[in-house]
Design a protein around this ligand. Structure first.
Ligand SMILES: [Zn+2]
Length: 190
């Protein structure tokens, strides 16, 4: 597989990167670093290897429940695709079932799979919403993501802090102001 080949190439690339940074890759403390960085980057991008449909396989159930389901404060860690630096925070996911519900552990799993790719927060938010929407076919889906971006916080003169908040509303969450308001009310800190 192509993946196996990339595992072999990466430590040498990291070693070269260390040299470019003015380091001596052969010094004691850095000797295992190329292998460690490789393992860390593989882990943090293992979302590419996961088929999203597989997450929901066997976990979507017929259920006569039509109240809003909300999973709040799902922690996530991702890497921004512009700088490959971490952005992280909390994701809130809600949906309004239409005869089908999904096993609750699957929603954090879904967030994790999209977070473990090089991402834009805006796109990740939309991908989570759309994946849930096509798997469960609910009346609507809402996703809110709040995150800190280290590429903003660590770089530059201004050290811009604060959270970036993105949202994606589909179906009734988009069309119906009351549904959206109920969701945002549930998501807001108690
Ligand atoms: Zn960035």
């Amino acid at each position: 597989m192509a993946t196996v080949k990339r595992v072999d190439a990466m430590p040498a690339l990291v070693e070269q990167l260390l040299t470019e940074l003015g380091e001596d890759p052969s010094r004691e403390g850095l000797r295992a670093t190329p292998a460690r960085v490789t393992r860390a980057l593989r882990e943090l991008t293992d979302g590419y290897d996961t088929d999203v449909a597989q997450i929901f396989a066997g976990a979507v159930f017929e259920q006569d429940y039509d109240e809003m389901v909300v999973v709040r404060d799902i922690p996530f860690y991702s890497l921004c695709e512009h700088h490959m630096l971490p952005f992280f925070g909390a994701c809130h996911v809600g949906y309004l079932p239409r005869g089908k519900v999904v096993g609750l552990s699957k929603i954090p799993r879904l967030v994790g799979v999209f977070a473990h790719r090089l991402q834009l927060q805006e796109r990740m938010t939309k991908e989570i919403a759309e994946a849930l929407n096509s798997a469960v076919e609910p009346r609507g889906v809402g996703v809110v993501v709040e995150a800190r971006h280290l590429c903003m916080e660590m770089r530059g003169v201004q050290k811009t802090g604060g959270q970036l908040i993105t949202s994606c509303m589909l179906g009734t969450f988009r069309r119906d102001a009351r549904t959206r308001a109920e969701f945002l009310e549930l998501v807001r800190r108690a």
